[in-house]
Design a protein around this ligand. Structure first.
Ligand SMILES: Cc1cc2nc3c(=O)[nH]c(=O)nc-3n(C[C@H](O)[C@H](O)[C@H](O)COP(=O)(O)OP(=O)(O)OC[C@H]3O[C@@H](n4cnc5c(N)ncnc54)[C@H](O)[C@@H]3O)c2cc1C
Length: 459
């Protein structure tokens, strides 16, 4: 087997599809016997949405999404940001994580990935399946096995950072939100009290989402309704009409970043590589790890690129997670600071964040925190047919866009490159050379410079 992906969460499934598109053989192993149906992330935003478009997946996601389009705003922790004045909107979609995983699993399977559920990685060469342990032979192994990654541990990769002392209880309950928000002193959203915060909101009629954050040790066992109600009473000073839980969870947030994304033949992606202490970014960053790594592993497996290409995965994605860690730590701090000091910090930060340049900066961080140049979705004419860059990228191949019918540039692009001679009124240069993950490696008109770009590390 070329690549074993450990974990059939969203990141492992996305990676499996990318590897298959690139021509690598892949098996995905997950210790869970069935997909995880717990609600977790509610949506995606920023560059991953453009990337889904590049893979022809956006229509499938949009068809099931409660919302798809430019986000009019986004919460930066407790501070609402207004994106309506931005020159480049942040695209987003609202879809529950189990549905995203089902769509990604269908895609990976369609492309020929084998998904084995009920198979647990024990050590780097052994898996325990339903019929007992067996040897795992794979040239590369990618740990997409979440926060407590066994692959990370086995590869000896450190995971420094901090773990919060606040416990977050979250639940979905059958009920009417109006029963909660008409109670005296209870508002939709987070309700701050000296001992913590209580959330009441709803995304679906008839289902109330409630949460409680307080400094407390994590009790043993599964979360219970009684424990949830006690925590609400402690923090809010009163009871909420919480009945019929559909789902209860308890989490402690962490801020951690793997020291290396690669140790020999083992790579990390998604939560196995980074944990962010505020919501809204984890899945976007994790899925983009998969898009960055997938084509590189596939190109090396096919023999089209040297092994050294694989080092660019850490070089490119580790700084993105480091920047995301910084901005999510700030979100968590803004959220957490209590009393008059906290109120003052949130007020002033909110005023600063409303300045156009600051809003643009924060939107850029939320979009992906990535400084690589990505190809814009230019309108094109190819062979008399109107198309877009995103449609050309569907095959996940390196592409030379030749906008000036330049045989010398086409020749300089070399083998293993899809050449697209296209009309483009907004062409930024005679030619663009774009990696399968949408990164522009060359923009210009000089064949010698193109040849040089083709041999650069990370090409
Ligand atoms: C309550 C909650 C709310 C959240 N809200 C948001 C949000 O709003 N926005 C956001 O972006 N993110 C959110 N997240 C985080 C998001 O769910 C994660 O970032 C995402 O699931 C990470 O995907 P992953 O594929 O990296 O890992 P996971 O989804 O954790 O998948 C890892 C998989 O690996 C498998 N596995 C583990 N160990 C082994 C082993 N030894 N052998 C085989 N398989 C193994 C597991 O069974 C699991 O299926 C939330 C998380 C929680 C818990």
């Amino acid at each position: 087997m070329d690549v074993a992906v450990i974990g059939a969460g969203p990141v492992g499934l996305m990676l499996a599809a990318e590897l298959r598109l690139g021509g690598a053989g892949v098996v995905v192993l997950d210790r869970r016997a069935a997909p995880d149906e717990r609600p977790r992330a509610n949506g995606l935003g920023g560059r991953i949405v453009e990337q889904l478009d590049h893979r022809g997946l956006l229509d499938r996601f949009r068809a099931e999404a409660a919302f798809a389009g430019p986000f009019p705003g986004f919460p930066f922790g407790p501070v609402p940001l207004d994106f309506r004045g931005l020159d480049s909107p942040m695209r987003g979609l609202m879809l529950q994580q189990p549905r995203m995983e089902a769509l990604l699993a269908a895609r990976a399977t369609e492309l020929g990935a084998e998904i084995r559920r009920g198979h647990e990685l024990l050590d780097l060469g052994t898996v325990r399946g339903p019929d007992g342990p067996y040897r795992l032979e794979a040239r590369y192994l990618v740990g997409c096995d979440g926060a407590h990654s066994r692959a990370r541990e086995l590869a000896g990769i450190g995971f420094p950072g901090t773990t919060d002392d606040e416990l977050m209880r979250l639940g979905h309950f059958r009920g009417d939100l109006a029963l909660f928000t008409t109670m005296p002193g209870v508002e939709r959203g987070w309700n701050r009290r000296p001992g913590g915060r209580v959330l009441v909101t709803s995304l679906t009629p008839g289902v109330v989402i409630a949460g409680v954050r307080e400094v407390a040790p994590e009790p043993p066992g599964e979360p219970t309704l009684g424990e949830f109600r006690d925590a609400v009473r402690r923090v809010l000073g009163t009871d909420l009409p919480l009945e019929e839980p559909l789902w209860l969870s308890r989490t402690v947030s962490s801020a951690r970043l793997a020291e290396h994304y690669r140790a020999g033949r083992v790579f990390l992606a998604g939560d196995a590589a980074h944990l962010f202490p505020a919501g809204g970014s984890s899945l976007n960053v994790g899925l983009l790890d998969a898009v960055n790594l997938g084509w590189k592993l596939a190109a090396v497996v096919r023999g089209a690129s040297p092994e050294s290409l694989l080092d660019s995965y850490h070089a490119e994605r580790h700084p993105v997670a480091a920047r995301t860690l910084t901005q999510t730590r700030v979100q968590a701090l803004l959220d957490r600071l209590t009393g008059e000091d906290g109120d003052a910090l949130r007020t002033l930060f909110g005023e600063l964040a409303a300045l156009p340049q600051a809003t643009r900066h924060l939107a850029g961080l939320l979009r992906d925190s990535d400084e690589l140049p990505y190809v814009p979705d230019l309108p094109l004419t190819v062979g008399g047919r109107a198309t877009r860059v995103a449609e050309v990228m569907r095959a996940a191949r390196p592409v030379l866009f030749d906008f000036a019918d330049r045989a010398d540039l086409r020749e300089a692009a070399g083998p293993d490159v899809k050449i697209v001679t296209a009309g483009c009124p907004d062409a930024p240069a005679d030619a663009l050379f774009v990696r399968p993950d949408g990164v522009v490696v060359f923009s210009g008109d000089d064949p010698a410079a193109l040849r040089e770009a083709m041999t650069a590390p990370g090409r």
